[in-house]
Design a protein around this ligand. Structure first.
Ligand SMILES: Cc1cc2nc3c(=O)[nH]c(=O)nc-3n(C[C@H](O)[C@H](O)[C@H](O)COP(=O)(O)OP(=O)(O)OC[C@H]3O[C@@H](n4cnc5c(N)ncnc54)[C@H](O)[C@@H]3O)c2cc1C
Length: 453
């Protein structure tokens, strides 16, 4: 298969949602796994680099190629099989996640992973980034829902990796007992995922959703910590600070709420117990401004709240995009800590921003998992440098607390500088050597996670 080299066409594949740009030499768009094998075998023989790309909704530069060729999954978009009885779906990597979830819903299958970008991303992209979302709090990340994958390895050999299901296992090293887990979240560095087997579950009980206002951040975060401490069954526990709410008020006429700090929560319930009494009591006792709650008990209202939630990151991407040409743009953090350390970590980060003169800062995200997204809008190169240094400091701080530098979006090309806070040099070299073992010519996704040059 010949690569496409048309510059205009390549240009349309040359940017991710962050605005990160590459410089691809060409593009392959295979429709079949055997074409992928052919392309990868050629690249291996010739020493050409390949970067898998899907819908480029990633925000780390991982799906763009700084050199070599892109290999797109867009034509591998078939749903191969749906087994209603066992709630298993076999799909090609280019299937759109939102569309797949709708189709599975019609078959009575609930597929829990819910990245905010689900309408704009593929199943393959989600497997390669181990995507997560609001409902990860209850159902875990994408990894938990992948039974098997077919991968075309960097040497052109195709393998199928499934997941062992025994509850106890002492066969060899833990990480190697399920090698599939090396590939989930490997950001295109270990090969091309050409087929995916997913499992779903029965639709859970019904659920309601709420936007719950609080007078300040401290009250909102303490409320979230209390929910976790008391092990109250919620399926998502998200947060938007006052700046995000003010963005929503400016951008959406249909959003009617005061300038509060807001917790977004979903809880499941049954016919026997609608849990309304419990929630009213709990909210009143724990600082919520109950008169202003936005309550969603119909599909229409639930979708409206979800839509408001999605408006925030997508608008921030738009706002920051206009500063890219001045050397600025959005610096987004993806760090996470154990939930009870979150209030102090957020205070620490806000102080760092204030002390360094960073004023346009938005905080939203998955606080139930101790995982906020801070978005710093930087207007030029100097401000961007300051913001990157501030993010260095918070990454060092959260790693000292046993947290992580990225809980969702991965490392890609833009977060490599933070790896030193998470890994000690020896364990990082084990990971790099594993990459070299599988990809000795270093052809897959150069610049993602590792810098070998
Ligand atoms: C508004 C917005 C909201 C977002 N919300 C979330 C969120 O809630 N949760 C979350 O986790 N992410 C979120 N993201 C990030 C992004 O949507 C996810 O990372 C998503 O999984 C990327 O899917 P994609 O199909 O666009 O893949 P791409 O962005 O094209 O690629 C992502 C990575 O996957 C690799 N890849 C893609 N296909 C394959 C394949 N077949 N084989 C091997 N590697 C492959 C690429 O090389 C790259 O490293 C958000 C992004 C935006 C813009």
């Amino acid at each position: 298969m010949e690569p496409i080299k048309d510059r205009d066409l390549l240009e349309s594949y040359n940017e991710d949602a962050l605005g990160y740009r590459g410089n691809p030499e060409g593009l392959f768009r295979p429709s079949l796994a055997k074409e992928v094998v052919e392309i990868v075998s050629w690249a291996f023989k010739e020493g050409k680099c390949l970067t898998p790309t899907a819908l480029r909704s990633s925000t780390t530069g991982s799906c763009v190629a700084e050199r070599g060729f892109l290999i797109s999954s867009e034509r591998m978009d078939k749903i191969v099989d749906i087994d209603e009885k066992n709630k298993i779906a076999i799909v090609e990597p280019g299937v759109n996640l939102g569309e797949l979830k709708n189709i599975l819903k019609e078959e009575g299958i609930f597929f829990p992973p819910d990245p905010t970008s689900e309408q704009e991303c593929t199943v393959g992209g989600c497997v390669a980034t181990n995507a997560s979302g609001a409902r990860t709090l209850k159902y875990g990340p994408f990894r938990n829902w992948v039974l098997g994958i077919e991968v075309v390895l960097p040497n052109g050999k195709k393998i199928f990796l499934d997941r062992k299901v025994s509850e106890k296992n002492c066969a060899g090293f833990f990480g190697f007992q399920n090698p599939i887990d090396f590939f989930i979240g490997s950001e295109g560095t270990l090969g091309f995922i050409s087929l995916i087997e997913l499992k779903g579950i029965n639709f859970p009980h019904q659920f309601n959703a709420m936007f719950i206002p609080f007078k300040d951040e401290k009250d909102a975060l303490n409320f979230c910590v209390k929910i976790r401490e008391e092990k109250i069954d919620v399926r998502c526990l998200e947060y938007f600070d006052k700046e995000c709410i003010s963005l929503l008020k400016k951008g959406r006429d249909d959003f009617n709420m005061g300038e509060y700090c807001v917790v977004f929560l979903e809880y499941e319930f049954t016919e026997e117990d609608d849990k309304l009494e419990f929630w009213l009591d709990f909210l009143e006792k724990n600082g919520a401004l109950v008169d202003d709650i936005m309550f969603a008990d119909s599909d229409k209202k639930k979708n409206e709240l979800k839509d408001f939630r999605h408006f925030i990151p997508s608008t921030l991407n738009e706002i920051s995009g206009k500063y890219v040409k001045f050397g600025g743009g959005k610096i987004s953090t993806d760090w996470a800590v154990f939930y009870e350390k979150l209030p102090e970590s957020i205070d620490f980060f806000r102080k760092l921003c204030r002390d360094n003169g960073l004023n346009e800062v938005y905080c939203f995200g998955h606080v139930g998992n101790g995982h906020p997204h801070f978005n710093i809008i930087t207007k030029d190169e100097n401000e961007k440098k300051v913001a990157l240094n501030v993010v260095d400091l918070i990454c060092d701080y959260v790693c000292e607390l046993g947290g992580t530098i990225t809980a969702e979006h991965g490392i890609g090309k833009v977060k490599k500088r933070y790896l030193k806070f998470y890994y000690d040099p020896i364990s990082f070299s084990w990971m790099a050597n594993f990459k070299k073992f599988l990809d000795p010519r270093l052809i897959f996704s150069p610049g993602n996670i590792f810098d070998f040059d």
